[in-house]
Design a protein around this ligand. Structure first.
Ligand SMILES: [Mg+2]
Length: 185
């Protein structure tokens, strides 16, 4: 029984923990991990929560993804009026789904990108949606530190405190490690 619970809890642990999306060496990730598609979260991963502006750094990162010949799909569980504006500005496929961490939105994104589970990475800032959902399908899960302390009410009041507790526990016992350099090494 206990091992079942532990196995379940392990699904919330990301494969990789980085400061932000810019810590990823995209070409190297493709080469070493055989990643051909990225499912990317919006709020607090690409842009601070609820904010959107044409950011040169984000645009050149997207360009770098495309140059590495990696597909990308934006999946957000926050309903925003400007989601299509954001997707169109960035020139990438996108959709809104309130169902992360269910498997459906992840499968839909892989269908759009035409990638298999073992060649798909998920990048996001939350262990209960991005990481848990990705690990359920055995995708490569990359957790990044949230860009802003602001977030949806339920997130700041319920999931973040639990998340902070779990992450600090895993950092202490070595189940997680924040990589401060470019990754993969
Ligand atoms: Mg997020």
């Amino acid at each position: 029984m206990l091992h079942l619970i532990i196995n379940y809890i392990n699904l919330f642990i990301p494969d990789v923990y980085l400061k932000n999306i810019y810590s990823i060496d995209l070409a190297k990730m493709k080469e070493q991990k055989n990643i051909r598609g990225i499912i990317i979260d919006l709020d607090n991963t690409l842009f601070p929560w609820g904010k959107y502006f044409l950011d040169d750094r984000v645009l050149s990162w997207i360009k770098e993804v495309k140059q590495a010949d990696i597909k990308i799909c934006l999946v957000t569980n926050t309903h925003r009026k400007n989601i299509s504006e954001i997707g169109n500005d960035l020139g990438i496929p996108f959709f809104y789904s309130r169902y992360k961490p269910r498997r459906k939105p992840f499968r839909k994104a892989m269908k759009i990108m035409n990638t298999a589970e073992k060649e798909t990475a998920v990048i996001g800032d939350q262990i209960f949606t991005d990481v848990f959902g990705g690990n359920r399908l055995k995708l490569l899960t990359i957790l990044v530190c949230p860009l802003s302390p602001r977030d949806a009410f339920g997130t700041t009041h319920f999931s973040r405190p639990v998340e902070r507790f779990l992450i600090s526990h895993w950092l202490k016992n070595g189940k997680m490690k924040l990589i401060n350099s470019r990754w993969p090494l």
